[in-house]
Write a protein that binds this ligand. Structure first.
Ligand code: NAD
Length: 435
């Protein structure tokens, strides 16, 4: 690594892959491809690419759990810390049958870039357990969560690595994690996780923060395209924490939510769905497919001719296979990694504005940062204060990303990555390589 500032280098045009080659959907490899694009723009040397392109630390743990029927099952869990160059590592915990080490590595890397895009003093991490949490009782889930926390506690801490909720984990999971960590210390350590309930050191606005940040980013994109949100049409893929509140914010702004989906499929109504009914039905029946409207598949939802598409479920849903059929004007990535690099190129050519995950869903980690600050100071903010700072952070970051994309003559994703990788590279270079 050199101590001198690096000249900006224009990368060679990306060669199109031969159409017959199947697309590599491994999330870590496509996260690496995204990183390499930014590294090309920045002219990073091979050594720096190796440092920034790989996680700092990977922990794999076995989690034995006593099941309600007396049997014992053993689950596999992970905690990956990608970088701590700019501060303690930060990132969610996912419970899903599809969790793999490579997925967690990709998510940890994206967390590093996300924290750098919004310029908060964290590195990136992620954790997960390969499990179907819907098949567990609440008591089994609690025992699994507590044992997992104990197993990974050797690398956690308010000044080390701070988890938060992700797919199929929530504020209750975070309360159990905080309590387990605290019990082994002998005192309460509120700042060890974020996304906690308000009664145990959570922040106002954290539950809706990911979606609120996504909505603010959509507002910024729409303003630049002279697209009025009032009367605009929107489809939301994945009606969970991020997706449901994104639908709510869009609805409140006057947009028409024409379709939403979850694991069981989707529902479509061209006149617009009632968002309060979607919330109530999801709560009562466990799926949005129970709402009145036309049945639609998850795949069909992604291809609807809407103004705004919000992928809010899992990674790798917009690929080379369906990118040419995406018709939305704005794709706002509430989910992490929903669009593959090949699909990105297709959407960019079609003139679709993709608000990349590391900007579009950064509202969650931004308010997690506020929560951590509040926990450390034991002084809690009014909801207005959280919202004001969140909105300001996302609007400023959108402008920073856009300026970087313009400077490098590229799309918003690569602009965001160049901004982030440059900040992380600078911190890494200034700190130097130990010893
Ligand atoms: P969640 O568990 O609250 O919701 C996930 C939703 O996706 C559920 O409605 C589920 O039914 C649906 N889903 C799952 N698999 C699906 C599939 N194959 N097809 C269609 N729908 C499917 O999770 P969440 O916290 O909202 O996370 C969703 C995405 O947002 C993830 O990519 C996550 O990493 C990202 N994200 C979440 C946060 C946060 O604060 N929760 C922050 C940043 C990014």
């Amino acid at each position: 690594m050199s101590a001198k500032p690096r000249p900006a280098i224009r990368p060679a045009p990306r060669p199109a892959p031969p159409p017959s080659t199947p697309e590599d959907l491994n999330p870590f490899r496509f996260a690496r491809r995204q990183f390499e694009r930014a590294a090309d723009h920045l002219g990073l040397d091979p050594g720096t690419r190796e440092v920034l392109g790989n996680p700092k630390r990977q922990l794999i743990v076995s989690i034995p759990v006593k099941m309600d029927d007396g049997s014992i099952r053993c689950f596999q869990g992970y905690r990956v810390q990608h970088s701590i160059a700019r501060g303690p590592s930060k990132g969610g915990i996912r419970y899903h049958p599809g969790v793999t080490l490579d997925e967690v590595k990709a998510l940890a890397m994206w967390m590093t870039w996300k924290c750098a895009v919004v310029n908060i003093p964290f590195g990136g991490a992620k954790g997960g357990i390969t499990v179907d949490p819907k098949a567990l009782s609440l008591a089994e889930n609690e025992r699994m969560t507590r044992r997992f926390t104990s197993e990974i506690s050797i690398i956690l801490g308010a000044d080390r690595d701070i988890p938060a909720p992700d797919v199929y984990t929530n504020s209750q999971t975070m309360a159990w994690m905080m309590d387990t960590f605290s019990m082994t210390k002998g005192y309460s350590t509120l700042g060890v996780v974020t996304g906690k309930p308000l009664s145990v050191g959570g922040s106002a606005g954290r539950n809706e923060a990911t979606a609120e940040g996504c909505f603010v980013a959509i507002e910024e994109a729409a303003k630049r395209m002279s697209l009025s949100l009032k009367g605009a049409t929107a489809a939301v893929h994945g009606f969970g924490n991020a997706g449901s509140f994104a639908a709510k914010f869009l609805d409140e702004a006057g947009a028409r939510i024409v379709a939403v989906s979850d694991t069981q499929g989707g529902v479509y109504d061209k006149k617009g769905l009632s968002v309060s009914n979607l919330f109530a039905t999801k709560e009562k029946k466990g799926t949005v497919t129970a709402v009145k409207g036309d049945a639609i598949s998850n795949e069909e939802l992604l291809e609807l001719p809407v103004d705004i598409l919000v992928p809010a479920a899992l990674e790798g849903v917009i690929t080379r296979a369906n990118a040419s059929r995406i018709k939305a004007k704005i794709v706002a990535e509430a989910a992490n990694g929903p669009t593959t690099p090949d699909a990105d190129d297709v959407l960019h050519k079609k003139g679709i504005v993709v608000i990349p995950d590391i900007l579009a869903n950064a509202g969650g980690v931004t308010v997690s940062y506020f929560e951590w600050v509040q926990d450390l100071y034991s002084f809690f903010w009014e909801p207005d204060m959280v919202r004001t700072h969140l909105q300001r952070t996302i609007r400023r970051s959108y402008a920073d990303v856009e300026a970087m994309a313009r400077k490098h003559d590229t799309d918003l994703r690569t602009g965001a990555l160049v901004l982030a990788v440059n900040r992380v590279e600078e911190a890494t270079r200034i700190r130097g390589i130990f010893p």
